[in-house]
Design a protein around this ligand. Structure first.
Ligand code: CA
Length: 253
């Protein structure tokens, strides 16, 4: 049932350093081999990793040591992932929690989010997907929801609902705005279509892929049409990333 992680999963970890350098991650997963693979992968991302294989021990460690992210398997000996999550939230611990489940049961997903998890990943998953979600969760802790977001010459005001590129005001629809805000809050982080679909549209990605691509194209046209350098980049087979425009050779015609 582990099925685990596909061998063809490939990850580009070049940008893992800065934002997540010394972040500490607790992994509570009883499947020893999977736990070791996840641990190795996170370590390769320059994260400091602690692994627990038992639910109760996992909770104990989560309560006694500070972590920047906790990855919780659902089915665990001792105490299941939902229970651990609920207990941490009951104690007002705001650490981001990513839950792992063996199957894509919608009820499990809902239960996970209801118990206070921030995100949910179904096994088997690809390392690229795990990395993207881990980075997004580590990022999410920093910016306050009300602060103006600035990436290069792009400025988004989440409260005033306005967007400027340089001196130019950019008018966006509600969904375009939500999409851009999500990209800007995760600058330099590759976001998968699954993540974008869930966050911006609240739907599973397989039904959303086309819609996401269409919206990204609209957004690009509005942001880059006046000849400004490109900021939203497609990452083949994965999703999209927003980067500050700097290099002149990014300029498209
Ligand atoms: Ca398990």
């Amino acid at each position: 049932m582990t099925g685990g992680l596909r061998k063809d999963a490939r990850v580009d970890d070049r940008d893992a350093g800065a934002a997540t350098h010394s972040a500490r991650v607790l992994v509570v997963e009883d499947e020893v081999r999977l736990a070791a693979l996840v641990s190795k992968h996170l370590t390769d991302m320059n994260l400091s990793v602690r692994v627990e294989h038992h639910g109760s021990a996992g909770l104990e460690v989560a309560l006694s040591d500070p972590f920047d992210l906790i990855i919780l398997d659902v089915v665990l000996p001792g105490l299941d992932g939902f229970a651990i999550c609920r207990e941490l939230r009951r104690r007002n611990m705001t650490v981001p929690i990513l839950m792992l489940s063996a199957r894509g049961v919608t009820e499990d997903r809902v239960r996970g989010l209801d118990s206070g998890a921030d995100d949910y990943l179904t096994k088997p998953f690809e390392f690229a997907e795990l990395s993207a979600r881990v980075r997004a969760l580590l990022r999410r802790q920093t910016p306050a929801a009300v602060l103006t977001l600035t990436v290069g010459d792009l400025v988004l005001d989440p409260v005033g609902r306005s967007v400027q590129r340089g001196p130019r005001r950019v008018d966006l629809t509600q969904k375009e705005f939500a999409l851009l805000e999500y990209l800007m809050r995760n600058v330099d982080q590759v976001l998968t279509r699954a993540m974008i679909g869930e966050r911006v549209w609240d739907f599973t990605w397989d039904r959303m892929t086309n819609v996401i691509d269409v919206y990204v194209n609209h957004l690009r046209r509005k942001l880059e049409d006046a000849g400004e350098p490109r900021m939203i980049h497609a990452v083949r087979g994965v999703g999209y990333v927003l980067r500050p425009a700097e290099a002149a050779d990014d300029r498209h015609t």
